[in-house]
Design a protein around this ligand. Structure first.
Ligand SMILES: [Fe+2]
Length: 269
């Protein structure tokens, strides 16, 4: 099945490709910025129907809940993995645990545990390259290195973000490592940060968000080694994805990271 980015509406389960689905929910960042949240649903077709992983579990509306229950029925798979894609995504996972008792919530250490989410979770192992080897060969996961937690006054704590690759559809997805606007109007904040429409960009805080630019370049290189063709953005308007040709955009970002001189921003000048 080809890669389909044409989502029809919010809160609607959309089949992107074989074994790959998503749904977009309305979300105002800080109560004002219409960032939205896109959840990625991966059917892992192991034996006995297999398992389902949800990356970036977003607000669970009754309509989405009914679609997910129906997907469990039609595939024979159970939702087992609720994975936060990074340090800023955790608000809605608790609701899923109540509805899908076989599921486990996974969050990175650091910021999210410090927010004391009111639900049980397992910590993602950030010391290894792939913290979810059990999802192979249907899903690859990468601990993306080199980003900085800008909330840390010491400016030394890493920001934990993950990249995910679905080999069958040649699609990768991330939450807040990259920013992308390929549909609708670009937000004023993105415009002010100099982001370009239709171009895969690094986080809008650019180099300020980077602790180690070589590690960032290496991580982008690891995503490139997957040879992805398509990108699913976890924010943005309906259909905010890149269908084909994402590799050269990633290579541009890798080169940008390699060329950064962070000496002054680290205060070592
Ligand atoms: Fe985000």
């Amino acid at each position: 099945m080809p890669f389909h980015s044409n989502e029809s509406d919010f809160d609607t389960l959309h089949q992107v490709s074989d074994h790959l689905y998503c749904y977009l929910t309305k979300f105002l960042f800080n109560g004002t910025v219409p960032l939205n949240n896109r959840s990625i649903v991966v059917h892992l077709p192991f034996a006995q129907g297999g398992d389902i992983a949800i990356i970036n579990p977003a607000e669970l509306s009754p309509k989405v809940l009914a679609s997910l229950k129906s997907l469990e029925q039609s595939t024979g798979a159970k939702i087992k993995y609720l994975i936060s894609p990074g340090d800023w995504h955790y608000l809605f996972i608790g609701a899923y645990l109540k509805e899908f008792p076989e599921a486990t919530a996974y969050v990175p250490p650091g910021r999210i545990p410090s927010k004391n989410p009111k639900y049980p979770f397992s910590l993602i192992d950030i010391t290894v390259e792939n913290p979810f080897p059990q999802l192979r060969p249907y899903l690859e996961v990468l601990n993306f290195r080199g980003m900085r937690d800008v909330e840390d006054p010491q400016k030394i704590r890493p920001r934990y973000e993950l990249a995910f690759y679905h080999p069958e559809s040649k699609a990768f997805t991330t939450a807040d490592i990259f920013m992308y606007t390929g549909v609708g109007e670009m937000s004023a904040g993105f415009k002010a940060a100099g982001l370009r429409f239709g171009v895969l960009e690094f986080h809008f805080m650019k180099a300020t968000m980077i602790l180690d630019s070589e590690a960032v370049a290496q991580s982008i290189g690891k995503i490139l080694a997957w040879k992805p063709e398509n990108y699913i953005c976890q924010h943005g308007g309906l259909g905010n994805m890149i269908a084909g040709g994402v590799c050269h955009q990633l290579e541009d970002l890798r080169q940008w990271a390699l060329g950064l001189d962070l000496t002054s921003s680290k205060g070592h000048a």
